[in-house]
Design a protein around this ligand. Sequence first.
Ligand SMILES: Cc1ncc(COP(=O)(O)O)c(C=O)c1O
Length: 359
Amino acid sequence: MRPLVATIDLSAIIHNYAFAKRCAPGRQAFAVVKANAYGHGVREVVTALFEVADGFAVASLEEATEVRALHSEARILLLEGCFEAAEYPIAAQLCLDVVLHSAHQAQQLLAASLVRPLNVWLKLDSGMHRLGFSAAALRDTHQQLQGAAQVAELNLLSHFACADERGSETTELQVEQFLDLLDLDFGQRSLANSAAILTIPAAHMDWLRPGIMLYGATPFADLSVAELGLRAAMSLTAQLIAWRDIEVGETVGYGNQWRAERPSRIGTVSCGYADGYPRNAPAGTPVIIRGQRVPLVGRVSMDMLMVDLTDLPNAALGDSVELWGAQLPVDEVAQGVGTIGYELLSKVTARVPRRYRNG
Ligand SMILES: Cc1ncc(COP(=O)(O)O)c(C=O)c1O
């Protein structure tokens, strides 16, 4: 069997969910499990959080259906709402909470015939300009929907554009925009993603929406998971499957991109870009072998990558190689390739087996 596995520590996810709730005592939290729980496996994550999560948030009806099959009672929030009119009756059957972000969606809901009314979250475009009503349009829609047969709770939600930049002026303005609407009658309010849960108490409202923090990666460029007190959930672990010694001037990998400046021992590792490891990771990106950092050399291939073992002469065939995880934050690898932990975690491909442990 190919020695590459993503080991998911479910107890870390439970710890991180409890941590989110402790940041905002008395509030409830939708665990954001869209995109296969950011690559961690939605079935296992929902099952692990079964007893503790107040609800789950997903990006589509398909994802919601999967979560509902695992949990018959939890609130499940459709973060982008329904994509077509025919989805509203299904959402009602599944007892979902739906976002409404446009007049078009509101009309579709009002025209729908449902087995039961839906909890509706009106989404305010408070400044991100991705989805949501303007404040004025939201007021109109609130009036139209209040008392409608299709509506159970009428709630308010918005999303931050820059909560990961501490002290951002945009965030302050977004909170103000949100608060300005609270003269309207809303059942529940929700504004905070992970970054806001961790650092903006004024944004906590009634329902939190923690995503990335559940998985033990940081939403901040300048605050590590260790500093935040979170635990990494995923360790991506391969093996050293070959090694060789090369002379000064010899090259490694496709395109001869890396050239040895000293006699070097090169190790080959069973993980490549078809597993989700970023192909653009530069030479020097660390991996962990025997507890020590070892630098990547040469271009990442589809199924393998190479590392410089010269300073770790006791490394041996079969040694395990951590690409990211408990010893090496995914955020560090992400920063080195100009992306964020979210992308690396959610792009670990289906061919990488997930193994689950509890603690
Ligand atoms: C609307 C909405 N709420 C909450 C989240 C969770 O954000 P984070 O993973 O930064 O906690 C997301 C994620 O993209 C989102 O789109």
